[in-house]
Design a binder for this molecule. Sequence first.
Ligand code: CP
Length: 306
Amino acid sequence: MDSGNCSLLGLRGASRALILELLDRAEAFLPIVQGEEPPVPATRPAFIANLFLEASTRTRCSFEVAAHRLGHTSVLLGPSGTSITKGESFLDTARTLDAMGVDAIVVRTTLAGGAAAMAKAVGCPIINAGDGRNEHPTQALLDALALRGRLGDLEGRTILIVGDILNSRVARSNIWCLAALGARITLCGPAPLVPGTMMALAPDAISISDDLDAVLPEADAVMMLRVQRERGAGASIGEDYATAYGLTLARANRLDRRVPVLHPGPANKGVEIAAEVHEDPERSLVLWQVACGVAVRMAVLARAVA
Ligand code: CP
């Protein structure tokens, strides 16, 4: 899960105690995120390098906001404008940043295992902001924080995750996070996107279904995922995907009003989720997830550069 220096590489194998520590820290930061309390500048301002080699709006900007709310300084390196475009390797880029004395590197990469490889190559803490299909640990933590705010303790709760599970680092990190917190996880989608082998990720916590209408009534919360066409998932779905697996308004209306709906974003409205459900101010946690994301990233950065 980390490399011993307060890196955060993933949630596979993360203890319940560490997850709860990060969630509690993040919860304490929420009043700052909501503008109800002023930020408390760090006693030792740090320098954070945000190396985003894959597109991002939420994660990239919320790490920037989080660093600044903590009184740290950050620099953003995108997919263009670095010497990677001249052929420098991903790991040499990290070594270069480390040699400058940055206090932590936040990295998003298309390469599964890229964050872990970087952590082996440098001495400063590495925070995984999404590595290929592997993990997106801060997304799962922010989802857990948003869920906890609505449902309380997640022990024994059933969280339904719907859509392109196979290609989703969000799903993988959520599975390990939710399982560590004692939740039950139902994965639902067409068989090519939710193969039975996914049970092995957390055999005691997961169940799998290809029938959304059958599993919706059992859910305490519903997390809809985007079909990741950029990872080749489009070929696995038919034209009837939205009918079979979309959270349409009619489906949402059959759910108890207290069941929250989550989506990590970006959403394809009208495909995996109807616009009316995505924007429902009572049921949808989408924008609350974004706010929780800043608090979680503050907690993760505070731990990394303490
Ligand atoms: N949920 C998420 O990772 O969104 P971005 O790709 O916009 O960062």
